[in-house]
Ligand binder design. Structure first.
Ligand SMILES: [Zn+2]
Length: 79
């Protein structure tokens, strides 16, 4: 078993989350996460945050943007 170590795993965790690593790097990180509770916990937090941000962007941004645009149109009409 070759373990890439916590430092490298944590360094590359964010890129791993965004699928920016090569297949070889991914398998290194996956192998480390499978054997390291500390890093796999951190990875789980990262996944949760990334998912939440994506959900927030998809669900809230259009409504907020619409309100913003409607608000500015109303302000123009009120002049
Ligand atoms: Zn670790």
């Amino acid at each position: 078993m070759t373990d890439c170590g916590c430092d490298k795993a944590k360094e590359e965790l964010e890129e791993f989350l965004h699928n920016e690593l090569s297949a070889e790097q991914c398998s290194d990180i996956r192998e480390h996460l499978a054997n390291c509770d500390d890093c796999s916990a951190e990875h789980l937090v990262g996944i949760t945050l990334t998912t939440k941000v994506k959900e927030a962007c998809q669900e809230k941004a259009p409504d907020e943007l619409r309100d913003l645009i409607l608000g500015s149109i109303e302000r123009l009409d009120a002049r």
